[in-house]
Design a protein around this ligand. Sequence first.
Ligand code: ZN
Length: 116
Amino acid sequence: MIQPQTELLVALNHLELMIHEATDEAPKLKAMGFKIDGLEQLQKAQADLEKQLEPAVLKQYQRLQQRSGRPVVPVINGNCCGCYIKIPTAVASDAAKNRTLATCGNCGRFLYWPSE
Ligand SMILES: [Zn+2]
């Protein structure tokens, strides 16, 4: 069971990457004659997700994004994928994993554990 706020953060982060890519590619694609119509829907979904997040979490997310561009990172093999530090076992224990909104003690990014 993944923590609902974590799930929202992961979704928001993915969505923002998609928006970022779509925005970057839009002028090129338009020049090639393609129509861009998914972007507005992506942005609407982004606003909806932001509304569901706790205000403090959203604020922290936006702060991290300005600083690092990647506020939510997976933990792979026990390491934070933002700064590659080993996550303490107290945070990474099966009981704690994805139950609470975990952040990296070193870089402050939100953490999630992808299901293997
Ligand atoms: Zn980190």
